[in-house]
Design a binder for this molecule. Structure first.
Ligand SMILES: [Zn+2]
Length: 369
């Protein structure tokens, strides 16, 4: 231990239920022997946080509990049996989970035995990024924690987790040269898809970005979309028909998370096309499907949830190398005390990504017992 934080408290965001998040004085998380403690330099508020806040439930968080899962910072303490790679002072980014993926294959859960690590039955999740300090569980420290070079800003590294989900989709859905990919939604995730697909495939594929906000569509074009269309109006939809002609997208990514956008994605697809169901919807959401078309046009639906250590490492590499520029997605920076405003901004969609800065006032919090 490099720092004695025992019996110290901090002010952290605690989610108590739907629309009930409170900034509370809580103990700095105690460390198990394999755990690390890090100072959160930048945390990112994403649409999953917004959904969790509105719904009051999500597979990855226990409620009531510490809130926030995207962050980057500095290791400040290490447990006595922690992975020896980690030392206080190292700049790091951690994923919000780690699969069991035991070294002994027979000890792995069934999905991990099958190589489906995002479906691990014993996935360890970590929350608590909206706080000055966060505990990194041992398993995450050993498989899903990455050291950052000095010139990678913490706020950009904090976007590694959502980019890892995008990398997961790109790994699972192969695209052939000459294919047309449509991305429904030009929020941070849709925009990450534009950048990451362009980085992966260059100009061998065509990318169409669809959204209802002109400013987001303009950014989609800057980041590499061949065509960006506002489909809110009838005019926009006519324009879409004109752009597509008789052609339909071979792959449609649903990056919105609604029944309607899933329906639009399904309707848009070419014969033999692939619908990537990326946006998560609320429990009980039902989409009536034309099974005739599904069968005779061999439409595939590939749902993508979460990421694996391979995807997380790939995302960090892409951010560090600037191959996938995430800086343009950061449109607001606020101290942690402004979390309610940040949630409101995410709700009103007046920002792409908001970075929360828990160290603004953090040391003072640290001193209060
Ligand atoms: Zn597992």
């Amino acid at each position: 231990m490099a720092l004695n934080v025992r019996n110290r408290t901090m002010v952290a965001a605690v989610l108590h239920g739907a629309r009930d998040v409170r900034l509370e004085k809580v103990p700095i998380p105690p460390l198990g022997p394999e755990d690390l403690l890090a100072k959160v330099e930048a945390a990112s508020l994403d649409s999953t946080d917004r959904k969790v806040y509105l719904r009051g439930y999500h597979p990855m968080i226990e409620i009531p509990g510490l809130f926030g899962h995207e962050w980057a910072g500095v290791v400040i303490a290490v447990g006595e049996r922690a992975d020896p790679r980690w030392r206080p002072g190292m700049r790091v980014v951690a994923a919000n989970s780690a699969p069991c993926n035991e070294a002994d294959p027979s000890a792995r859960c069934r999905p991990c035995q099958r190589g489906r690590l995002s479906m691990c039955e014993r996935l360890v999740y970590n929350n608590g990024a909206f706080a000055p300090y966060i505990r990194i569980p041992g398993r995450i420290a050993s498989v899903n924690l990455i050291e950052l070079p000095p010139d990678t800003p913490f706020e950009e590294a904090a976007l590694a987790e959502p980019l890892a989900c995008v990398m997961h989709a790109i790994r699972r859905v192969p695209i052939r040269s000459g294919e047309l990919v449509a991305i429904i939604g030009a929020g941070p995730i849709g925009l990450m898809f534009v950048s990451a697909l362009r980085a992966r495939y260059g100009h061998t594929i065509r990318i169409l970005s669809l959204d209802h906000h002109d400013d987001r569509l303009a950014l989609a074009e800057t980041l590499g979309a061949d065509v960006a269309l506002n489909t809110r109006s009838e005019l926009g939809r006519d324009e879409l028909k004109k752009v597509l002609g008789v052609e339909r997208p071979d792959v449609v990514v649903e990056a919105v998370g609604s029944e309607q956008a899933h329906r639009e994605a399904f309707d848009l697809l070419a014969r033999g096309g692939v619908l990537v169901s990326f946006g998560g919807v609320a429990r009980g959401t039902v989409l009536p499907l034309d099974l005739h078309r599904l069968h005779y046009e061999e439409v595939q639906i590939v749902p993508i949830y979460h990421h694996t250590p391979t995807d997380f490492a790939g995302a960090v590499r892409a951010i560090v190398s600037r191959e996938v520029p995430v800086g343009p997605l950061i449109t607001a920076r606020l101290p942690l005390s402004e979390l309610p405003m940040a949630l409101d901004m995410a709700q009103q969609r007046t920002t792409l990504r908001t970075i929360l800065l828990p160290q603004e006032g953090g040391e003072r919090m640290m001193e209060s017992r």
